[in-house]
Design a protein around this ligand. Structure first.
Ligand SMILES: [Zn+2]
Length: 364
Protein backbone atom coordinates (compact mmCIF):
# COMPACT_ATOMS: atom_id res chain seq x y z
CA UNK A 1 0.00 0.00 0.00
CA UNK A 2 1.51 3.31 -1.01
CA UNK A 3 0.66 6.88 -0.09
CA UNK A 4 -0.03 7.89 -3.65
CA UNK A 5 -2.51 7.01 -6.37
CA UNK A 6 -1.77 3.90 -8.41
CA UNK A 7 -1.48 3.98 -12.20
CA UNK A 8 -4.77 2.17 -12.76
CA UNK A 9 -6.71 4.71 -10.69
CA UNK A 10 -4.98 7.66 -12.35
CA UNK A 11 -5.87 6.16 -15.74
CA UNK A 12 -9.48 5.78 -14.65
CA UNK A 13 -9.67 9.43 -13.58
CA UNK A 14 -8.04 10.51 -16.84
CA UNK A 15 -10.70 8.57 -18.73
CA UNK A 16 -13.48 10.26 -16.72
CA UNK A 17 -11.84 13.63 -17.41
CA UNK A 18 -11.65 12.86 -21.14
CA UNK A 19 -15.33 11.89 -21.07
CA UNK A 20 -16.31 15.00 -19.13
CA UNK A 21 -18.08 16.80 -22.04
CA UNK A 22 -20.10 13.66 -22.76
CA UNK A 23 -20.96 13.24 -19.09
CA UNK A 24 -22.33 16.77 -19.24
CA UNK A 25 -24.74 15.75 -21.98
CA UNK A 26 -25.76 12.45 -20.39
CA UNK A 27 -25.97 13.40 -16.72
CA UNK A 28 -27.90 16.50 -15.73
CA UNK A 29 -28.52 15.21 -12.24
CA UNK A 30 -26.12 13.89 -9.64
CA UNK A 31 -27.90 10.52 -9.47
CA UNK A 32 -27.34 10.05 -13.21
CA UNK A 33 -23.69 11.04 -12.95
CA UNK A 34 -23.17 8.73 -9.96
CA UNK A 35 -24.78 5.83 -11.82
CA UNK A 36 -22.43 6.39 -14.76
CA UNK A 37 -19.37 6.85 -12.55
CA UNK A 38 -20.18 3.57 -10.78
CA UNK A 39 -19.68 1.68 -14.07
CA UNK A 40 -16.36 0.15 -15.07
CA UNK A 41 -14.40 1.64 -17.98
CA UNK A 42 -15.95 -0.58 -20.64
CA UNK A 43 -19.52 0.00 -19.47
CA UNK A 44 -18.86 3.72 -19.14
CA UNK A 45 -17.57 3.88 -22.72
CA UNK A 46 -20.54 1.80 -23.92
CA UNK A 47 -22.90 4.34 -22.37
CA UNK A 48 -21.15 7.52 -23.40
CA UNK A 49 -19.32 6.61 -26.62
CA UNK A 50 -21.41 3.92 -28.30
CA UNK A 51 -19.66 4.35 -31.68
CA UNK A 52 -16.27 2.50 -31.46
CA UNK A 53 -14.65 4.86 -33.94
CA UNK A 54 -15.47 7.80 -31.68
CA UNK A 55 -13.41 6.24 -28.92
CA UNK A 56 -10.07 6.93 -30.57
CA UNK A 57 -9.97 10.67 -29.78
CA UNK A 58 -11.32 10.01 -26.26
CA UNK A 59 -8.57 7.48 -25.52
CA UNK A 60 -6.00 9.81 -27.02
CA UNK A 61 -7.15 12.62 -24.76
CA UNK A 62 -7.10 10.32 -21.73
CA UNK A 63 -3.55 9.25 -22.55
CA UNK A 64 -2.46 12.88 -22.82
CA UNK A 65 -4.02 13.64 -19.42
CA UNK A 66 -2.19 10.66 -17.85
CA UNK A 67 1.12 11.86 -19.28
CA UNK A 68 0.70 15.43 -18.09
CA UNK A 69 -0.43 14.51 -14.56
CA UNK A 70 1.74 11.53 -13.56
CA UNK A 71 3.54 13.60 -10.95
CA UNK A 72 0.43 15.35 -9.56
CA UNK A 73 -0.10 14.65 -5.86
CA UNK A 74 -3.02 12.26 -5.49
CA UNK A 75 -4.45 9.38 -3.49
CA UNK A 76 -6.60 6.47 -4.67
CA UNK A 77 -8.65 3.90 -2.74
CA UNK A 78 -5.60 1.60 -2.76
CA UNK A 79 -3.47 4.22 -1.01
CA UNK A 80 -3.01 4.68 2.72
CA UNK A 81 -4.22 8.24 2.74
CA UNK A 82 -7.53 7.83 0.90
CA UNK A 83 -10.26 9.44 3.05
CA UNK A 84 -12.15 6.48 4.56
CA UNK A 85 -15.48 8.27 4.60
CA UNK A 86 -15.39 8.69 0.79
CA UNK A 87 -15.64 4.90 0.45
CA UNK A 88 -19.27 5.14 1.59
CA UNK A 89 -20.30 7.04 -1.54
CA UNK A 90 -22.11 5.20 -4.34
CA UNK A 91 -19.31 6.09 -6.72
CA UNK A 92 -16.19 7.07 -4.76
CA UNK A 93 -13.69 9.05 -6.85
CA UNK A 94 -11.02 6.79 -8.33
CA UNK A 95 -8.43 9.44 -7.56
CA UNK A 96 -8.41 12.49 -5.31
CA UNK A 97 -5.92 15.07 -6.57
CA UNK A 98 -4.31 17.26 -3.93
CA UNK A 99 -2.88 20.76 -3.87
CA UNK A 100 -1.44 22.52 -0.84
CA UNK A 101 0.81 22.19 2.17
CA UNK A 102 -1.73 20.75 4.61
CA UNK A 103 -1.65 17.08 5.54
CA UNK A 104 -4.67 15.20 4.21
CA UNK A 105 -4.29 12.62 6.98
CA UNK A 106 -4.31 15.28 9.70
CA UNK A 107 -7.22 17.17 8.14
CA UNK A 108 -9.48 14.11 7.85
CA UNK A 109 -8.52 12.60 11.20
CA UNK A 110 -9.90 15.69 12.92
CA UNK A 111 -13.69 15.98 13.11
CA UNK A 112 -14.78 17.26 9.67
CA UNK A 113 -17.73 19.63 9.30
CA UNK A 114 -18.95 20.91 5.94
CA UNK A 115 -20.27 24.48 5.87
CA UNK A 116 -22.06 25.27 2.62
CA UNK A 117 -24.70 27.66 1.35
CA UNK A 118 -25.77 30.35 -1.02
CA UNK A 119 -23.39 32.10 -3.40
CA UNK A 120 -25.42 35.30 -3.10
CA UNK A 121 -25.66 35.18 0.67
CA UNK A 122 -26.74 38.13 2.77
CA UNK A 123 -24.25 39.99 4.94
CA UNK A 124 -25.83 38.24 7.89
CA UNK A 125 -25.36 34.83 6.25
CA UNK A 126 -21.71 35.53 5.52
CA UNK A 127 -21.23 36.66 9.10
CA UNK A 128 -22.84 33.50 10.46
CA UNK A 129 -20.77 31.27 8.14
CA UNK A 130 -17.53 32.96 9.16
CA UNK A 131 -18.36 32.85 12.86
CA UNK A 132 -19.45 29.21 12.80
CA UNK A 133 -16.31 28.22 10.90
CA UNK A 134 -14.08 30.23 13.18
CA UNK A 135 -15.55 28.64 16.28
CA UNK A 136 -15.36 25.13 14.89
CA UNK A 137 -11.85 25.51 13.51
CA UNK A 138 -10.62 26.96 16.79
CA UNK A 139 -12.00 23.85 18.51
CA UNK A 140 -9.93 21.65 16.20
CA UNK A 141 -12.55 20.85 13.59
CA UNK A 142 -11.62 20.72 9.88
CA UNK A 143 -13.96 22.99 7.92
CA UNK A 144 -14.84 21.48 4.53
CA UNK A 145 -16.40 23.57 1.76
CA UNK A 146 -16.37 24.23 -1.97
CA UNK A 147 -14.65 27.63 -2.20
CA UNK A 148 -17.61 29.07 -4.11
CA UNK A 149 -18.47 32.74 -3.64
CA UNK A 150 -20.65 33.54 -0.65
CA UNK A 151 -21.09 31.10 2.22
CA UNK A 152 -18.37 28.67 1.07
CA UNK A 153 -15.71 31.36 0.90
CA UNK A 154 -16.82 32.84 4.23
CA UNK A 155 -16.48 29.40 5.83
CA UNK A 156 -12.92 28.90 4.59
CA UNK A 157 -12.14 32.46 5.69
CA UNK A 158 -13.43 31.81 9.20
CA UNK A 159 -11.33 28.66 9.52
CA UNK A 160 -8.23 30.52 8.34
CA UNK A 161 -8.99 33.34 10.83
CA UNK A 162 -8.80 30.80 13.62
CA UNK A 163 -5.59 29.29 12.19
CA UNK A 164 -7.58 26.07 11.89
CA UNK A 165 -7.70 23.31 9.31
CA UNK A 166 -9.70 23.75 6.14
CA UNK A 167 -10.27 21.56 3.12
CA UNK A 168 -11.60 22.98 -0.15
CA UNK A 169 -13.19 20.66 -2.68
CA UNK A 170 -13.22 21.84 -6.30
CA UNK A 171 -14.95 20.24 -9.26
CA UNK A 172 -11.66 19.86 -11.14
CA UNK A 173 -8.01 20.89 -11.05
CA UNK A 174 -7.10 21.67 -7.45
CA UNK A 175 -4.19 23.83 -8.63
CA UNK A 176 -6.41 26.44 -10.26
CA UNK A 177 -8.71 28.78 -8.33
CA UNK A 178 -12.35 28.31 -9.27
CA UNK A 179 -13.95 30.76 -9.71
CA UNK A 180 -10.81 32.72 -10.72
CA UNK A 181 -11.83 35.59 -8.43
CA UNK A 182 -11.02 33.31 -5.48
CA UNK A 183 -7.32 33.27 -6.29
CA UNK A 184 -6.24 34.90 -3.01
CA UNK A 185 -8.39 32.57 -0.89
CA UNK A 186 -7.22 29.57 -2.94
CA UNK A 187 -3.60 30.48 -2.23
CA UNK A 188 -4.30 30.90 1.48
CA UNK A 189 -6.15 27.61 1.80
CA UNK A 190 -3.30 25.86 -0.04
CA UNK A 191 -0.78 27.49 2.28
CA UNK A 192 -2.08 25.90 5.48
CA UNK A 193 -4.86 23.55 4.37
CA UNK A 194 -5.56 21.58 1.24
CA UNK A 195 -7.46 21.93 -2.03
CA UNK A 196 -8.71 18.65 -3.49
CA UNK A 197 -10.56 17.61 -6.66
CA UNK A 198 -11.78 14.48 -8.38
CA UNK A 199 -10.40 15.55 -11.76
CA UNK A 200 -6.70 16.21 -12.35
CA UNK A 201 -4.76 19.44 -12.89
CA UNK A 202 -5.25 20.98 -16.33
CA UNK A 203 -8.85 19.76 -16.69
CA UNK A 204 -11.57 22.40 -16.77
CA UNK A 205 -14.64 21.87 -14.59
CA UNK A 206 -17.83 20.83 -16.40
CA UNK A 207 -21.41 21.32 -15.26
CA UNK A 208 -21.80 17.75 -13.95
CA UNK A 209 -18.72 18.37 -11.85
CA UNK A 210 -20.43 20.78 -9.47
CA UNK A 211 -23.09 18.47 -8.03
CA UNK A 212 -20.47 15.71 -8.18
CA UNK A 213 -18.17 17.93 -6.13
CA UNK A 214 -20.98 18.49 -3.63
CA UNK A 215 -21.18 14.73 -3.05
CA UNK A 216 -17.48 14.77 -2.12
CA UNK A 217 -18.05 17.59 0.37
CA UNK A 218 -20.84 15.57 2.01
CA UNK A 219 -18.73 12.42 1.78
CA UNK A 220 -15.74 13.95 3.53
CA UNK A 221 -17.73 15.49 6.38
CA UNK A 222 -19.31 13.88 9.42
CA UNK A 223 -21.76 16.75 9.62
CA UNK A 224 -23.03 19.06 6.87
CA UNK A 225 -24.23 22.53 7.86
CA UNK A 226 -26.24 24.71 5.49
CA UNK A 227 -26.12 28.46 6.10
CA UNK A 228 -28.62 30.32 3.92
CA UNK A 229 -29.94 28.50 0.90
CA UNK A 230 -32.80 29.15 -1.46
CA UNK A 231 -34.99 26.19 -2.27
CA UNK A 232 -32.99 25.59 -5.46
CA UNK A 233 -29.55 25.93 -3.94
CA UNK A 234 -26.85 23.43 -4.88
CA UNK A 235 -26.02 23.17 -1.18
CA UNK A 236 -29.25 21.20 -0.74
CA UNK A 237 -27.65 18.51 -2.94
CA UNK A 238 -24.82 18.35 -0.42
CA UNK A 239 -27.37 18.03 2.40
CA UNK A 240 -29.27 15.32 0.50
CA UNK A 241 -26.14 13.24 -0.04
CA UNK A 242 -25.17 13.67 3.61
CA UNK A 243 -28.59 12.44 4.69
CA UNK A 244 -28.40 9.48 2.30
CA UNK A 245 -25.04 8.58 3.84
CA UNK A 246 -26.67 8.62 7.27
CA UNK A 247 -24.61 11.61 8.36
CA UNK A 248 -25.91 14.49 10.45
CA UNK A 249 -27.30 17.54 8.67
CA UNK A 250 -27.75 20.91 10.35
CA UNK A 251 -29.15 24.20 9.12
CA UNK A 252 -29.21 27.75 10.41
CA UNK A 253 -32.84 28.86 10.81
CA UNK A 254 -33.93 32.11 9.22
CA UNK A 255 -36.94 34.31 8.61
CA UNK A 256 -39.91 32.62 7.03
CA UNK A 257 -40.23 35.49 4.56
CA UNK A 258 -36.61 35.31 3.40
CA UNK A 259 -35.97 33.37 0.18
CA UNK A 260 -32.39 32.85 1.36
CA UNK A 261 -33.67 31.02 4.43
CA UNK A 262 -36.24 28.85 2.64
CA UNK A 263 -33.86 25.96 1.98
CA UNK A 264 -32.56 25.94 5.56
CA UNK A 265 -35.99 26.19 7.16
CA UNK A 266 -37.24 23.34 4.96
CA UNK A 267 -34.27 21.20 6.02
CA UNK A 268 -35.12 21.83 9.69
CA UNK A 269 -38.79 21.05 9.07
CA UNK A 270 -37.66 17.77 7.49
CA UNK A 271 -35.54 16.78 10.47
CA UNK A 272 -32.21 18.60 10.17
CA UNK A 273 -30.70 19.95 13.39
CA UNK A 274 -31.35 23.65 14.01
CA UNK A 275 -27.89 25.15 14.42
CA UNK A 276 -27.77 28.29 16.56
CA UNK A 277 -24.05 28.43 17.07
CA UNK A 278 -20.74 26.61 16.78
CA UNK A 279 -21.47 24.82 20.06
CA UNK A 280 -24.48 23.06 18.51
CA UNK A 281 -22.34 21.73 15.68
CA UNK A 282 -19.57 20.76 18.07
CA UNK A 283 -22.07 18.88 20.24
CA UNK A 284 -23.07 16.85 17.18
CA UNK A 285 -19.56 15.83 16.15
CA UNK A 286 -17.80 15.68 19.52
CA UNK A 287 -20.60 14.89 21.93
CA UNK A 288 -22.60 17.27 24.07
CA UNK A 289 -20.55 19.61 26.19
CA UNK A 290 -17.31 19.43 24.19
CA UNK A 291 -15.12 22.44 24.83
CA UNK A 292 -15.60 25.28 22.42
CA UNK A 293 -13.52 28.40 22.09
CA UNK A 294 -14.07 31.43 24.22
CA UNK A 295 -15.39 33.74 21.54
CA UNK A 296 -18.35 31.54 20.74
CA UNK A 297 -21.22 31.90 23.16
CA UNK A 298 -22.70 28.79 24.66
CA UNK A 299 -26.18 28.06 23.47
CA UNK A 300 -28.66 27.26 26.23
CA UNK A 301 -28.32 23.69 27.49
CA UNK A 302 -32.00 23.22 28.32
CA UNK A 303 -33.83 21.75 25.30
CA UNK A 304 -37.04 23.70 25.94
CA UNK A 305 -35.06 26.95 26.05
CA UNK A 306 -33.31 26.08 22.81
CA UNK A 307 -36.60 25.28 21.15
CA UNK A 308 -38.00 28.62 22.24
CA UNK A 309 -34.96 30.37 20.77
CA UNK A 310 -35.26 28.42 17.51
CA UNK A 311 -38.96 29.30 17.32
CA UNK A 312 -38.21 32.99 17.85
CA UNK A 313 -35.45 32.97 15.22
CA UNK A 314 -37.91 31.56 12.68
CA UNK A 315 -40.59 34.19 13.16
CA UNK A 316 -38.29 37.08 14.03
CA UNK A 317 -40.10 37.78 17.26
CA UNK A 318 -43.19 36.60 19.12
CA UNK A 319 -45.13 37.12 22.33
CA UNK A 320 -45.52 34.52 25.05
CA UNK A 321 -49.10 33.89 23.91
CA UNK A 322 -47.99 33.33 20.33
CA UNK A 323 -45.37 30.81 21.42
CA UNK A 324 -47.93 29.02 23.58
CA UNK A 325 -50.33 28.86 20.62
CA UNK A 326 -47.43 27.58 18.51
CA UNK A 327 -47.15 24.58 20.77
CA UNK A 328 -43.95 25.58 22.56
CA UNK A 329 -45.20 24.79 26.04
CA UNK A 330 -47.53 26.35 28.57
CA UNK A 331 -47.33 30.03 29.42
CA UNK A 332 -45.29 29.48 32.55
CA UNK A 333 -42.66 27.31 30.82
CA UNK A 334 -42.40 29.67 27.85
CA UNK A 335 -42.02 32.71 30.10
CA UNK A 336 -39.31 30.91 32.06
CA UNK A 337 -37.43 30.06 28.84
CA UNK A 338 -37.67 33.63 27.61
CA UNK A 339 -36.37 34.95 30.91
CA UNK A 340 -33.28 32.74 30.59
CA UNK A 341 -32.76 33.83 26.99
CA UNK A 342 -33.16 37.50 27.84
CA UNK A 343 -30.74 37.22 30.74
CA UNK A 344 -28.13 35.55 28.53
CA UNK A 345 -28.52 38.18 25.81
CA UNK A 346 -30.12 35.95 23.20
CA UNK A 347 -33.37 37.88 22.94
CA UNK A 348 -34.70 41.25 23.94
CA UNK A 349 -38.19 42.32 24.84
CA UNK A 350 -39.79 44.95 22.67
CA UNK A 351 -42.88 47.02 23.35
CA UNK A 352 -46.03 44.93 23.39
CA UNK A 353 -44.30 41.97 25.01
CA UNK A 354 -42.71 40.85 21.74
CA UNK A 355 -39.47 38.94 22.24
CA UNK A 356 -37.10 39.29 19.32
CA UNK A 357 -33.92 37.31 18.75
CA UNK A 358 -30.62 39.12 18.80
CA UNK A 359 -28.06 37.79 16.33
CA UNK A 360 -27.34 34.28 17.59
CA UNK A 361 -23.72 34.65 16.57
CA UNK A 362 -22.73 38.13 17.46
CA UNK A 363 -19.05 38.87 17.54
CA UNK A 364 -17.81 39.42 21.07
ZN1 LIG B 1 -5.54 2.71 -6.96
Amino acid sequence: VSATACDACRARSALVAALSPRLDMAARRLDDASALLARDDEALLDALVPEPSDRVPVMRRAAAIITSTTSAAAVCPHADGYPPRLRHLDAPPATVYLHGHGSLAALIEAPCVAIVGARRASGYGLDVATTLARGLAAAGVTVVSGMALGVDAAAHRGALDAAGGTLAVLAADPERASPPSQRALHAEVAQSGLVVAELPPGVRPARWGFPARNRLIAGLAELTLVVEATERSGSLITAKVARELGRDVGAVPGRLTSALAAGCNALIRDGAHAILGAQDALDLVCGVGAEVVADVRRVPAEPSVRRALAALALVDGATVDELVRGGHGDARAVAASLAVLELDGWVRRRAGGVYEPLSPLRHP
